[in-house]
Design a protein around this ligand. Sequence first.
Ligand SMILES: [Zn+2]
Length: 327
Amino acid sequence: MNEQNNMKPYVIGLDLGGTNSVFGIVDARGEIKATTAIKTGGFTSAEAYVDAAVSALEPVIEQVGGLGTIKSMGIGAPNANYYKGTIEFAPNLPWAHDGIVPLAEMFSERLGNIPVAMTNDANAAALGEMVYGVARGMKNFIVITLGTGVGSGIVVNGQLLYGHDGFAGELGHVTMVRGEEGRLCGCGRTGCLECYCSATGVARTAREMLSKTTRPSLLRELDSETITSLDVSIAAEKGDELAKEIYDFTGHMLGEACADFAAFSSPEAFIFFGGMVKAGELIMKPIRDAYDQHVMPIFRGKAQFLVSGLDGASAAVLGASAVGWEI
Ligand SMILES: [Zn+2]
C-alpha cells in the first residue's frame, strides 16, 4: 500500500441492484467498516436517486472520519460502461431505462470530486474474487454469476476484459441452442445460455419437464407457474429424481459452455457465484463432467472449478469496492 492510500484508507463500494442499492465503506483488507442502503427504484430521475444516495452516505462517511479518508468509489451496476462511467439503457432501472446516465460523474461531483469508477455487476464480482476471494494470485480466470440472469467477468493476463466499448464479457448470451427450438432471451435473441442456466431458466426447465412427462416428483405438489430454482434445489436435496435431472441438465449446459470459453481464453479457473451455487455438487458435478467431455484435449484437466469464497451478503459490495481500488 502506498503512502497516499495510507492517508485515505477507505473506498466506497456500491452494489447497485434492480431493487436495492447497498453501500459499504471498505478498507484494503476487505473489511466493511460501515454500510447503508436505499431502494434503487422509486425515483423519477437520476438526480433524485443520487440525492437520496448521498443523504444516506453522509452519516456513514462521518462515522469513518469524513470524506478526507475516502480514496475513491467503485460501483457495480447493470449496463454500466467502464470507460464512460455511465449506465446505459438499463431495462430494470426506471431512471436509466431510456437513456444514458453519467452516474460516476454525478457521484464524484457530490462527494468532493473523489474518483468514481463503475462496471457491470459480474465484472465487479470478478474483481472482488481477484482482490479478496478465491482468485487471489490468479491472472486468468472467468467468474460466472448465476442469478436472475447469467453474467460473466473475464480476467486475462491479470486484467479485466472490457472490450473496445466497455461492455465485453457477456458470456450469458452465447448461443447454446440454435434454431427455432431456442428459448426467447431477454436480450432479444434466442437460445442464449442465460435462458437455460439462470434461476428463471431453471424454473422454466422444471415447468417443461413437468408438463412433458407424468413422472412423479415433489415438484408436482407446487403450482408450476410459480416454481423457483430454490424449490428445485430443495426437492433435489430430498432425493427427488426429476429435480436432480433438472440440475443435471443445467450443469451440463454450463459445463459445455465452459468448454467453449476455455478455447477462448484458457482460464486457470472458472468461479461460480450466486444463489444457485448453494446447490453445491448437484450443480458443480455435472458442470465438471460436461466440461471434461466437451473441452479440447489440450485444455483437459487444467482448469479448476471453484465456488465463490466471498460471503454472499457482502460479496457484491466488496466487488464494487474492488473497482474503486483499481483507480
Ligand atoms: Zn440473450
